[in-house]
Structure formats: structure tokens, C-alpha cells
Design a binder for this molecule. Structure first.
Ligand SMILES: [Mn+2]
Length: 327
């Protein structure tokens, strides 16, 4: 379904908030939004949140309340981030009797949610209502001249998600349970749209990332035009060792890469912990996550009616020294 509201002059798409409620309020003010009766709004514009409002930051519950009030009042849209999806999956499934392997997996989900669960520990009814509310959110949004998804727009997985239930994934118990099992369609939809594309390291190799975690896969760009080497497709968080960087991709590896074409609609994503001054990746692709919760920037993109993205449309507030990341 394509959203088209002729009464709206434009949309302000906002990157991963991760509990930085103070930065969010400063950003909304900078974008000329005002708060009336607890709802932030603009007379001619609406917000689109790219997801990941919860986890990590100092004001998770406050940020989530602000976003919910805007969405419920029709002043904003929001797509699910991987952190919200984890919250829904964990809170829905963790009480079920499952195999030891799944139990370990659920414990890991719970670990990532620690900061959010702490923030809601005296507000358990509100947490329950939040989970119920998140289950109804879309996993992607398509507007007349742009698209929003948390991490990656893969037409095949979008089509599968759209065929689930009235054009969107429905996070019912069955979908959630299946999404925990590798190689199921729900698992592939969630992994791809909410976490992006990855590739296996060659020859059974593994690398230790800057976070101390050993991995056998690395994150790839889904917008590389005719890539030739591993270096052409690698995308943060960690660089590849030199010899691997220059290693050619096999034809099979090249074939399996996803390419978001230059002729596609403009796409706005979050998720990727970018740093530095916000800039577009390409005329039809931009990331809005500039690591607000890690002393970075909380970023918005002011979308008008144009079909090409440009660097002068970014608006941001600096969050350096103002957040206290929990990791
Ligand atoms: Mn994310």
C-alpha cells in the first residue's frame, strides 16, 4: 500500500533514538514542531521514525511515550527496528517451554533488552501495552516518492512481508515463533529488513570485531554497483584485513549480493551507527542513524516533494556528552 496524504507538505524522517529523549525533543523543536496537550506536531508536516526507539539510552520510556503519542494522534508513522522486534519476540515467547537452544537464544534477547526492562520495571502494565502496540506497527512503509525500512529494502522479502496480512507482516504468535527458527520465511524477512545483508567469510575464516565478538560473517553494502572485491562490498562496523579486502569475489558470491538499484525510489534507513557529518550514500539512499546514543548525532531528513536526495536536507542535534550509553 502506498501512503499518500495530500494534506501533508512533507515528512521528517528521524533516525534511531535509542532512548535519547532529550535529543529527540531538541530535534523536534529545531524542526519547528510544538507540543500541545502532550503531543508534538507540526501544522504541515509529519514525522516518520525508522525504529529503534528503545534500548541503551537514558530516557527509553519517555522517548517511547513521546513517539507513541505522536503515532496515535496521527502526527507520525513508525516502522519497527530490530530492537522493537526483539522486545516483542522476547516478551511474547520467553515464558514458553522451548528447547535449550532456543532458551539460550531468548536469554540473549533479554540481555539486549536489559536497559529497556530496567526503565519499565515499575511500569509493567505500560510495558505490556507497549508490546501490544508494537505488534501492530508496520515493518516497512512506502510513500509516493520514498520508502522507509529499518535496515534494508529487499524487494523479494518486502513482497513476502506484504503478502502476509493486508499488505504487512502481522506479528502474531505463529510468525514470532517461526522467526526464531533459521531458514524459515519469517526469519528471513526479519533478518533482512531489520538487520541488513551479510556475507560468509571465505574458507571458514572468522574475525574478532572491535566489540570483542568473533564472527564468521561480515556486513555488506546492498547498493554496490558491479563490485569486484570483498573491499567493494564490506560495510562497517569493522574493516577487513588487507589481504581479504583485495580478494576478488567469486561469481557465485557476486550473484548472491543484493543490489538496491539507482533507478529505485529514494530509501531512508537507520540501524548502521554512522559517524561524522550526515551525508547521503547516493541520490536515492540515505542512512539516518548517526550514533546518537554513543555521543553522536540524532538526525532527521527533511523530505519534500523531490525525488532525489540531497545533503542540504539533513537536520541534526549533537548528543555528545549528554547520553549515557549502557554498553
Ligand atoms: Mn537497529
Amino acid at each position: 500500500m502506498i501512503l499518500d496524504d495530500p494534506t501533508v507538505e512533507g515528512y521528517d524522517i528521524i533516525g534511531d533514538v535509542h532512548g535519547c529523549d532529550d535529543a529527540l525533543i531538541r530535534l523536534l523543536r529545531l524542526l519547528d514542531y510544538e507540543c500541545h496537550q502532550d503531543v508534538w506536531h507540526h501544522p504541515r508536516r509529519k514525522v516518520v521514525f525508522v525504529g529503534d526507539i528503545i534500548d541503551r539510552g537514558p530516557g527509553i520510556r519517555q522517548a517511547m511515550r513521546l513517539v507513541r503519542r505522536m503515532v496515535d494522534a496521527g502526527q507520525a508513522h513508525m516502522v519497527l527496528g530490530n530492537h522493537e522486534f526483539n522486545a516483542v519476540a522476547y516478551s511474547t515467547l520467553c515464558h514458553q517451554t522451548v528447547s535449550p537452544r532456543l532458551q539460550r537464544y531468548y536469554r540473549r534477547l533479554g540481555f539486549h533488552l536489559k536497559s529497556s526492562l530496567m526503565d519499565y520495571r515499575f511500569h509493567l502494565q505500560e510495558w505490556k501495552e507497549l508490546i501490544h502496540w508494537l505488534r501492530k506497527l508496520p515493518i516497512f512503509l512506502e510513500f509516493k516518492h520514498f520508502r522507509v525500512v529499518h535496515a534494508c529494502w529487499d524487494p523479494r522479502r518486502i513482497a513476502q512481508a506484504a503478502s502476509c496480512h493486508h499488505g504487512q507482516v502481522l506479528l502474531d504468535d505463529d510468525f514470532l515463533a517461526q522467526s526464531m527458527l533459521p531458514a524459515t520465511e519469517p526469519n528471513r524477512i526479519v533478518e533482512r529488513l531489520l538487520k541488513g545483508t551479510e556475507m560468509e567469510l571465505p574458507d571458514g575464516l572468522s574475525l574478532v570485531g572491535s566489540d570483542g565478538v568473533r564472527r564468521t560473517r561480515f556486513r555488506t553494502k546492498f547498493w554496490s554497483q558491479s563490485p569486484k572485491t570483498y573491499g567493494d562490498v564490506v560495510f562497517q562496523p569493522d574493516a577487513l584485513p588487507d589481504e581479504l579486502y583485495h580478494q576478488p569475489l567469486t561469481p557465485d558470491e557476486r550473484n548472491r549480493l543484493l543490489l538496491y538499484g539507482v533507478d529505485q525510489k529514494a530509501l531512508l534507513v537507520g540501524h548502521y551507527w554512522c559517524q561524522g557529518q550526515p551525508q547521503i550514500i547516493r541520490h536515492n539512499l540515505a542512512c539516518l542513524d548517526y550514533s546518537a546514543v554513543k555521543n553522536g548525532l540524532l538526525v532527521a531528513y527533511r523530505m519534500g516533494a523531490e525525488s532525489q536526495l540531497s545533503n542540504d536536507r539533513f537536520v541534526w542535534v549533537n548528543n555528545a556528552g549528554l547520553s549515557c550509553p549502557s554498553q
